[in-house]
Design a protein around this ligand. Structure first.
Ligand SMILES: Nc1ncnc2c1ncn2[C@@H]1O[C@H](COP(=O)(O)OP(=O)(O)O)[C@@H](O)[C@H]1O
Ligand SMILES: [Mg+2]
Length: 278
């Protein structure tokens, strides 16, 4: 039995990965889940999204480099920092110069260690969320390989379609052969992100789904929840608080996302959304 590991990924920068990873993590903790947020980016944005009240001696580098062990379960204490949000722990990024990607490349099992370590240590958490890098690096590959599910925020602009297929979808295709080694890559979910009133987002999602299938034979399922472009997402970041605590409409949207991604939490999420939870 292991909990769910969700990797938020899109090799393009500035599309909303950190915002969505941090806000899902914060909301899930508010819903009573024990959550670990892993900052898998060299720019440590997710590390500082919430205030850290107790900093661990190590962070991402040690976690990714942890050697494979055949023993039953392992403890991650030395990598786990405590955030100001109850039940939300963080693995802080400590690789500003990007050395970790080189190490992963040069280590025969570099890309799969994070996956192996998290699967052995998951007993302490209900859900693990990995934020990833906005660049096509081996660190991003390690984060994707580690996920049971992958979530790609995509801006709803036709000129960005190729960036999504050449980026996230191509990455799925590149990693797909690992299935034959017993390492299946998780399902890819698309999320149309930063929608404004003029976007025909549903149609856009359909176009991307068929491009991904026709050109790469990769199935992408777009979530029906759409995240709008709104300043409250920036304000929540500045306030170091989940957007779902600040704004009822954002709470509704984030709860809908939780319902789609983790159907077993739908009752709790919908009660929280309507403000009827305990
Ligand atoms: N729904 C949104 N509406 C408006 N601004 C947003 C929204 N989501 C994120 N942003 C802002 O967009 C910028 C990039 O988002 P970020 O999550 O850091 O992207 P990434 O991690 O993909 O590089 C940030 O300044 C963030 O506050
Ligand atoms: Mg980011």
């Amino acid at each position: 039995m292991h909990g769910t590991i969700l990797t938020v990924c899109n090799p393009k920068g500035g599309v909303g990965k950190t915002t969505i990873a941090a806000n899902l993590a914060g909301l899930l903790a508010d819903l009573g889940q024990r959550v670990l947020l892993i900052d898998g980016d060299t720019q440590p944005t997710a590390s500082s999204y919430y205030a850290i009240v107790q900093r661990a001696p190590q962070g991402l580098t040690g976690l990714v480099q942890m050697p494979y062990t055949s023993s039953g379960s392992i403890e991650l204490d030395q990598f786990i920092s405590k955030s100001s949000i109850d039940r939300l722990d963080v693995v802080i990024s400590d690789d500003p110069t990007g050395k970790l990607s080189t190490w992963i490349q040069q280590t025969p099992d570099g890309r799969t260690r994070l996956r192996a370590t998290l699967r052995k240590a998951i007993h302490n958490y209900d859900i693990i969320i990995i934020d990833s890098q906005g660049a096509m690096t081996s660190l991003l590959q390690a984060a994707v390989i580690a996920g049971d599910m992958l979530l790609s925020p995509v801006p709803p602009r036709l000129m960005d379609t190729r960036e999504f297929t050449r980026g996230a979808v191509q990455l799925m295709q590149d990693l797909a052969p690992l299935k034959d080694l017993g390492i299946p890559i998780g399902n890819l979910f698309g999320l149309v992100y930063r929608v404004d009133r003029t976007n025909d987002s549903r149609n856009y999602a359909k176009i991307l789904t068929s491009m991904a299938w026709e050109q790469y034979r990769i199935p992408v399922r777009f979530l029906s929840t759409l995240v709008p472009e709104r300043v409250v997402y920036r304000e929540a970041c500045t306030a170091q608080t989940p957007v779902s605590r600040m704004d009822p409409h954002a709470r509704e949207i984030m709860c809908d996302l939780v319902t789609e991604l983790w159907p077993h939490l739908s009752d709790t999420a919908q009660a929280h959304s309507q403000g009827t939870s305990k």
